[in-house]
Design a protein around this ligand. Sequence first.
Ligand code: EPZ
Length: 419
Amino acid sequence: MEKMLIEGGRPLKGTVTVSGAKNAALPAIAACLLTGGWHSIKDVPRLKDIQTIKSIMTKMGVIFKEEDGVLRINSDEIKEHVAPYDLVRTMRASILLLGPLVARLGRASISMPGGCAIGARPVDLHLKALAAMGVEMFLDKGYINAKVDNLRGADIFFDIPTVTGTENIMMAAVGAKGKTVLRNSAKEPEVSDLARMLRSMGARIEGDGTDTIVIEGNQDLHPAEGHTLVPDRIESGTFMIASAITGGEIMIDGCRYEHLASVIEKLQAAGARIEKREKGLFVAGPRVIQSVDIETMPFPGFPTDLQAQFMALMCVANGSSIIRETVFENRFIHVSELKRMGADISIHGNQAIVRGRDHLLAAPVMATDLRASASLILAGLEARGGTTEVRRVYHLDRGYEALEKKFQSLGARIWRVPG
Ligand code: EPZ
């Protein structure tokens, strides 16, 4: 298993371009199951999770071609409708195949995604919504077996604004007879990006980006032509925090202010100088980092996927901060690893109290999940006293494209070495 070696203490300077969003790419690729023909999607990031969903869909009979940075997808021949356990267990977002498969074929067999490091990650809201649309489902040997003869639109209220739940049901609704209304739906930019792609395929969808989305089903669909994914706001936020924690000056090309307003507000409160530029955002880190409280919330609130990274910043802030994680029940796994680097953090239920120190201390640490590994990289970029070693970086490769190369281009002393 590979690991990252990092010599901290250097301010990062320069320009970096963010990749297309992982969490927009996954539903976009799944949506190509809705109709045959050659779809094309641009800015698909080179990530392990993208490989995983491509492997699952290839087994189903879908053809993928990569041509000058454009991903072309053909689902004319869907030979089977099974998403196998050994692949689904490595990527829970495979549940996104369920909606388009029942819309296209009227049946699907998806391994029930297990939990992961950050929580139980149930899919009950996805299944409850599909049942309301007439889908019969039963669990057998760990697989969700779904069947429907007459998929119909429904009026659905999500108890929680689930991101992939909203996306899954939006795709099912496109293939259903009649109208579907999604209430208390997720408002994330990736949901809107999927709606934009589905509209380009002929679907009739309104209200994406708000908490009520209306889909008129049963439209004739044609393949998506050159759908360009939104930039990855979580990667962007990770670089913004990297600039703040190293006292650097980074130009982040491709990111969008409107996707990051909550993060910008908190980083400005911490003392960073952030300027909107033509191609993205310029972020200058503060000389002294001020402590700031955050509470993770569904979009447009502070994203849970940047909580671990922001915590690393607060570990070297002036004063104490309270970090509340309200989205997932176990998203403080990075805390014990940050404490190995000298961080002063105490956990009280879903709140972490971080008491800022002057610096973190280089140490060997273990990545446990995607965003926790990013947090440890940021901590390593700040740490003094030698080389930080971040092990199990395969977690990082699920969601960041060539992160160490991007950091190297900003002057960081970071290397990927065999484990
Ligand atoms: C998406 O996960 C993202 N993944 C996650 O990013 C992100 O952290 C999360 O949204 C929240 O923003 C993708 O888009 C592929 P949810 P998702 O359903 O859809 C509960 C990353 O690092 N819930 O919005 O699985 C759930 O337990 C990943 O890129 C139910 O109870 O998250 C959680 O507490 C990590 N029942 C809350 O809702 C359900 O049926 C929000 O989860 C569904 C969700």
